[in-house]
Design a protein around this ligand. Structure first.
Ligand SMILES: Cc1ncc(COP(=O)(O)O)c(C=O)c1O
Length: 486
């Protein structure tokens, strides 16, 4: 199937009707039933965000000298962010399109800084807790920095400091800690990691993409929050997303540096071409002013009072869910959440089946695969939109757990054994489109498009080593993004 640009344009009414129709299969995030992907600050916030976004949609943040309004938004956002993370006047930073971009920029800065401070290092490495976000692996891949995986404690899921000290070597130019980690919602020992970085004269990055904005409000409400920000000696840079718990529209994050001497390694300028002057703060060059304007407007619209209010709701909902999950027969928390991210496991119910059963009941929970000897689990990111839905969620979860226990998908363990036996030892390059089709066939998935029941697909992925999973996912998505049309 293919599609051409139509000869004649369509009416606005027809277009919007069609687009609305496309939405029918999307996650119903407005109804409090989704625990991931979206961060709902409420209708008033959405209205302000949309208005500011569309006002500055067309402006281009490529060149701050021609749109000084955008420079002003960015510097004021960075200033608010630096103060929020208890930085002094020397802290500088930039607005980026999201956590991944902020992280890539921080890793580039650390790498280029090390080229000056540690020119003897030919194969730079980053010491990275296994719980750190996947974006660091992307940064490593793009930037030629090797990942030195740092185990975490199997009870707390926080970076293991003894292992960190043992693993440190002269090639490590960057240490990373999360505040908190996405998968388990716990804060790494940032003070200790930063002290180690300082002692060894290397860069320390704190990934506060998901928690950097929210944790200071937890602290203001009197909850215990470990230090993770610029008050911690040795911290060089911090990434903090605004499109998560600051409720700004997507395309909004900041990357902050202790001083401009560190940040200058982030910038890119080239004059080796025949066109206009290029000096970029970010990976993107031309970029809409929309996300910047919307982020500035949302931060100032909500203010401290608005954020504290939303934070209270998040905390209440998280506490209720934690208590409720622990009370459900057969379910238990994997880690003790330090913010609003929950991960739980079960000893007698298949979690992938449970996630599908929740989807059937109209709730989205996120399955996370096992990795080495860290178990598969179900993740919930709690946001203010979930407030008030605790009771129906918990009763659906209890019901789904009962249903999974009463009618377990007995084919799943057999499928796992079959797949890992047949394909687990293959070199990733041997996994071709045909092999993938066979594997998916075993899981009962055939043809193109998105499978409805994910338990089989997750079981296949979970039973394979990471390099084969990566290969399979690449082939699958390579098939998903293809031409389509009526
Ligand atoms: C801790 C952490 N770091 C980085 C990211 C990546 O952010 P993004 O999806 O905006 O690129 C996330 C996303 O959830 C995250 O939780």
């Amino acid at each position: 199937m293919t599609m051409r640009i139509p000869e004649k344009g369509a009416s606005e009414a027809d277009l919007f009707a069609a687009m609305q129709d496309f939405r029918s299969g999307d996650l119903p995030w407005r109804e409090g039933r989704v625990f991931g992907y979206t961060f709902d600050g409420g209708l008033a916030v959405e209205k302000v965000a949309k208005r500011a976004f569309s006002e500055f949609l067309t402006e281009n943040a490529l060149d701050p000298t021609v749109f000084p309004s955008l420079l002003r938004f960015e510097n004021e956002i960075v200033s608010m962010a630096a103060n929020h993370l208890r930085g002094d006047q020397d802290v500088v930073g930039n607005f980026s399109s999201g956590g991944t971009e902020s992280i890539i920029l921080a890793v580039k800065s650390a790498r280029d800084h090390a080229r000056v401070t540690h020119p003897e290092v030919k194969n730079p490495k980053m010491l990275l807790p296994v719980t750190a976000h996947a974006a660091f692996h992307k940064a490593a891949h793009y930037l030629g920095v090797e990942v030195l995986p740092l185990p975490v404690n199997k009870q707390t899921f926080k970076a293991d400091m003894d292992a960190a000290r043992e693993l440190m070597n002269d090639d490590v130019i960057l240490i990373v800690g999360s505040s908190p980690s996405y998968a388990h919602g716990v804060v790494d020992p940032i003070v200790e990691l930063a002290a180690l970085a300082k002692e060894r004269g290397v860069w320390m990055h704190v990934d506060a993409c998901i928690g950097g904005f929210l944790l200071p409000y937890f602290r203001k409400l009197g909850h215990e929050v470990p230090d993770f920000d610029f008050t911690v000696d040795g911290v060089s840079s911090i990434s903090m997303d605004l499109h998560k718990y600051a409720y700004c529209p997507k395309g909004a994050s900041v990357v902050l540096y202790r001083n401009s001497d560190l940040r200058k390694h982030q910038l890119f300028a080239t004059s080796h071409w025949t066109g206009y002057t290029i000096v970029n703060t970010t990976i993107q060059s031309s970029k809409s002013g929309g996300p910047l304007a919307a982020a500035w407007a949302v931060l100032r619209f909500l203010g401290e009072e608005g954020y504290l209010d939303l934070t209270r709701r998040i905390k209440q909902t998280t506490d209720a869910l934690v208590e409720g999950i622990e009370a459900i027969d057969g379910l238990r928390l994997l880690a003790q959440p330090e913010m609003s991210l929950i991960s739980f496991v079960s000893d007698d119910v298949n979690l992938f089946q449970l996630a599908d059963l929740m989807r059937e009941r109209g709730w989205y929970v996120q399955p996370q695969l096992s990795f080495e000897d860290y178990p598969a689990n179900i993740h919930l990111s709690v946001d203010p939109g979930n407030h008030g839905f605790e009771e129906p969620f918990l009763s659906a979860l209890a019901d789904a757990a009962r249903a999974a226990r009463a009618n377990p998908k007995t084919d799943l363990p057999a499928l796992a054994a079959q797949v890992s036996g047949f394909f687990g030892a293959m070199p990733p390059e041997a996994i071709t489109e045909d092999v993938m089709a066979k594997m998916l066939g075993l899981a009962g998935v055939s043809g193109q498009g998105l499978p409805h029941e994910m338990a089989e697909v997750n079981t296949v992925l979970d039973s394979l080593p990471p390099s084969i999973r990566e290969r399979l996912l690449t082939l699958f998505v390579n098939d998903l993004f293809v031409q389509s049309g009526d």
